[in-house]
Design a protein around this ligand. Structure first.
Ligand code: G16
Length: 544
């Protein structure tokens, strides 16, 4: 086997977004496209020679082919070993776990997360660093810069590696270690949670559950953990066979896309607990019987109950949430006497806080929750955390959340997405807001007086780096907020996200439908951003 140096030319737009480079499969299939970006990553890494790389993906269409290419490129670029998930599979949190446990140099994860898969769907690639977390901004920028000047890539000629059999083989001078994608991760989960106590409830049917893997990567993980280790019946798993096109579905665990699960949870024989995870296993949706837990509330409830869980029994150092996530967790942190950090959207911003021990739990409104056990958000971790809280408290999901609202107040919250709007119209809308919202301070919008308007800038308290233009905020005097930003994960046109939040301390007013409770703010958002006029849309595509 010899190393080939293949001449190439830069592709435009190899710019990692909120979470890696995501494009349509048809783009990734263009000759040299994947190779260029992988070489751009490798060229940007210092000190990788002789080190170990972790590699895996969510099993979506093009995963298998891309893994073989990356293996041959890793062998030609000086890695000593690649640990690859069997059949090329590793969920995002499992990849993070493997990188950390085996002290790998870093990892490449192939996923477009919750975006649809298949020949007409999306594909993606992201790089995670030694701490197991997504590459920080200065690295993703370096990958992009390198992609604009690349003129060749290195790849081993030779055949493909058998990824179906566990064990080690050689590819040129590099070892390829095919590992069980579930084992290390399941062991980590067992170290954090009270499995015997959960098992007692789940195996005997005292607590019934339904987990929807959405035909994505978590199927095998859920079977091993929920069924084999915790004794749930096989029938508790929905869509647990991973498929390259996710069965034609949209593997996004929310009320709009996990409809099968939602219908079960609203039905007459609903189980006590329902949950779903996304394409690569890092997102989660939590449901009780006919009850939806918003991701923001989920973070707050888990923070308030963390001391009931073995892995967190000594308390938490702090909480971190992305800026658009509701401020419910802030109230819990204040009561616990720990800090609450507000970061830009993107899991990568939590890494420094976790590494420095400043935060223990992190969460995002986009159905992401996790802790310092890995450096990614973690869908099944959130499921187990909830199951452990249910086991410890012996109350229903709805009762726990309602009691939480009575104690801390309720942050009514909703996100309205306008998908696939014209890119220029989206950029103009945000620019107009950037120019106008500072001038709203002191003005009345409906019944709300504006306290301030700005475009969020984050100062990382660990390394002092600044991240600008992270979302337009309209902050009202009573603590309500509207936030506008463009998604960094879409692949077609632009997606406008509008985040709406209002606090309600009165327990007699905490049972409204969020869309009703937020109706005034929804109208203000439309007016301030001129959504209809600028996008031609008179309603959001998805409401969560
Ligand atoms: C990614 C990031 C998250 C982010 C989400 C939505 O999630 O990891 O941190 O909140 O995208 O980002 P945006 O609003 O820019 O679309 P995932 O699950 O897609 O990797």
């Amino acid at each position: 086997m010899t190393v080939q140096v293949i001449a190439t030319k830069p592709f435009e737009g190899q710019i990692p977004g909120t979470s890696g480079l995501r494009k349509q499969v048809s783009v990734f299939k263009k000759p040299h496209y994947l190779e260029n970006f992988v070489q751009s990553i490798f060229d940007s890494l210092r000190g990788k020679d002789g080190k170990t790389l972790v590699l895996g993906g969510d099993g979506r269409y093009h995963n298998a082919e891309a893994i073989q290419v990356i293996l041959r490129m890793a062998a030609a670029n000086g890695f000593a070993k690649v640990m690859v998930g069997q059949n090329g599979i590793l969920s995002t949190p499992a990849a993070s776990c493997v990188i950390r446990k085996h002290k790998a140099f870093g990892g490449i994860i192939l996923s477009a997360s919750h975006n649809p898969g298949g020949p007409d769907g999306d594909f993606g690639i992201k790089y995670n660093t030694t701490n197991g977390g997504p590459a920080p901004e200065h690295m993703t920028k370096a990958f992009h810069v390198r992609s604009t000047e690349i003129d060749s890539y290195r790849i081993l000629d030779g055949g493909s590696v058998d990824l179906g059999t566990l064990g080690t083989s050689q590819l040129g001078g590099m070892a390829v270690d095919v590992v069980d994608p579930v084992a290390d991760y399941a062991e980590l989960m067992e170290s954090l949670f009270d499995f015997p106590r959960i098992r007692e409830l789940v195996s005997g049917g005292k607590l019934t559950l339904c987990f929807d893997a959405m035909h994505a990567v978590t199927g095998p993980y859920a079977r091993d953990i929920l069924v084999n280790r915790l004794g749930a019946p096989e029938s508790a798993l929905l869509n647990a066979t991973p498929l390259p096109d996710f069965g034609g579905g949209h593997p996004d665990p929310n009320l709009a896309h996990a409809q099968e699960l939602v219908a079960i949870m609203q039905g007459p024989d609903a189980p006590d607990f329902g949950a779903a995870s996304d394409g690569d296993g890092d997102r989660n949706m939590i449901l009780g019987r006919d009850f939806f837990v918003t991701p923001s509330d989920s973070l707050a409830v888990l923070a308030a109950n963390a001391s009931l869980i073995p892995g967190y029994k000594d308390g938490i150092a702090g909480v971190a949430r992305s800026m658009p996530t509701s401020m419910a967790a802030d109230r819990v942190a204040a009561e616990l006497g720990v800090p609450c950090f507000e970061t830009p959207t993107g899991w990568k911003f939590f890494g420094n806080l976790l590494d420095a021990g400043k935060a223990t739990l992190c969460g995002e409104e986009s159905f992401g929750t996790s802790s310092g056990h890995v450096r990614e958000k973690d869908g099944l971790w959130a499921v187990l955390m909830w199951l452990n809280v249910l086991a410890a408290r012996g109350e229903s999901v709805a009762d726990i959340v309602r009691a939480h609202w009575r104690r801390f107040g309720r942050n009514y919250y909703s996100r309205h997405d306008y998908e696939e709007i014209d890119s220029q119209a989206g950029a103009d809308l945000i620019q107009n807001l950037r120019d106008t919202v500072p001038g709203l301070a002191g003005k009345m919008l409906g019944a709300y007086r504006v306290r301030a308007g700005d475009d969020f800038t984050y100062r990382d308290p660990v390394d002092d780096t600044r991240s600008h233009n992270q979302g337009i905020r309209v902050l009202f005097e009573d603590g309500s907020r509207i936030v506008f930003r463009l998604s960094g994960t879409g692949t077609k046109g632009a997606t406008l996200r509008v985040y709406l939040e209002r606090f309600e301390s009165d327990p007699t007013k905490q049972d409204m439908d969020p869309q009703d409770a937020l109706a005034d703010l929804i109208a203000i958002a439309e007016e301030v951003a001129q959504i209809r006029e600028r996008t031609g849309r008179d309603a959001p595509t998805v409401i969560t």
